[in-house]
Design a protein around this ligand. Structure first.
Ligand SMILES: [Zn+2]
Length: 203
C-alpha cells in the first residue's frame, strides 16, 4: 500500500516534507531538513502548537492519552493560521501558568520555587537542612503549618533561627532570595565579601 501524507504521495513531496513512514529504504542518519526553516521561528509558545523542525512546519495537535485526536500542519510562515485553527478546534488559549510568587507574607523556611511553581518547605536542624515537602501555590497555609509544626517538634523551647543582621553576606543573600531591594549596609558588606573571596582565590 502506498503511503500518503497530507493527501500526497512520496513523489509529490519535497524530501524535507517526507515523514518517517516513507523512509522504507535504508534510514538516513541525518534526515533532510527544510532548506529555509531549520529552526523554530521565534514566536511565543502556545499549548498544542508544536514546531516540527524536521519538516519546517507547525503542527496543531490534540491528544487523548496516547491517542492523537487532531493533527493539522501549517507552513512555517503561517503561525497565525495555526493559532486560529488551534482556537477553533480546541477553544481559547489557556492563560500561561504564573510563576510569580503569590503575594503572601514571608515565613522563614517557606520558599517559593518558581520552576516548580510550589512552596518548598525546609527547616534547619543543627545546621542540617531537612526537606519537609512541597505545597501547591494555593496551599500556602499548609506550608506554613508544616514549618511551624516541625519547629514546634524540634525546638519545643521556642528556639528561633537567628537571622544574620543587615550588613552581612547572609543578609544580602536574604534580600536577593526574597526579591527585596538591597540596603546600603548589605551592599557594602557584599562588596567586601566578594573582594575578600577574589583576593583569596587569586592568592
Ligand atoms: Zn540589608
Amino acid at each position: 500500500m502506498a503511503y500518503k501524507y497530507n493527501g500526497k504521495l512520496k513523489g509529490e513531496l519535497d524530501p524535507w516534507q517526507q515523514p518517517d513512514a516513507f523512509n522504507d529504504e535504508a534510514p538516513t542518519a541525518n534526515p533532510p531538513r527544510h532548506p529555509s526553516h531549520p529552526t523554530r521561528p521565534n514566536v511565543p509558545h502556545i499549548p498544542n502548537i508544536h514546531w516540527d523542525a524536521r519538516h519546517g512546519q507547525w503542527i496543531v495537535r490534540a491528544r487523548e492519552g496516547n491517542k492523537s485526536t487532531f493533527s493539522r500542519m501549517f507552513p512555517a510562515d503561517q503561525y497565525e493560521a495555526a493559532i486560529q485553527c488551534r482556537i477553533t478546534v480546541l477553544g481559547p488559549i489557556p492563560e500561561p501558568r504564573p510563576t510569580e510568587r503569590p503575594n503572601v507574607p514571608h515565613v522563614p523556611g517557606v520558599m517559593w520555587n518558581k520552576n516548580q511553581r510550589a512552596w518548598v518547605v525546609r527547616i534547619k536542624i543543627r545546621g542540617q537542612r531537612i526537606y519537609l515537602g512541597s505545597f501547591a501555590p494555593n496551599d500556602y497555609d499548609n506550608a506554613v503549618k508544616a514549618v511551624q509544626g516541625a519547629r514546634a517538634k524540634h525546638f519545643p523551647n521556642g528556639h528561633v533561627t537567628q537571622l544574620k543582621p543587615c550588613g552581612t553576606h547572609a543578609a544580602y543573600q536574604r534580600h536577593v532570595n526574597r526579591g527585596e531591594p538591597i540596603c546600603g549596609p548589605c551592599r557594602r558588606a557584599e562588596h567586601e565579601y566578594v573582594e575578600t573571596h577574589r583576593k583569596r582565590n587569586a592568592a
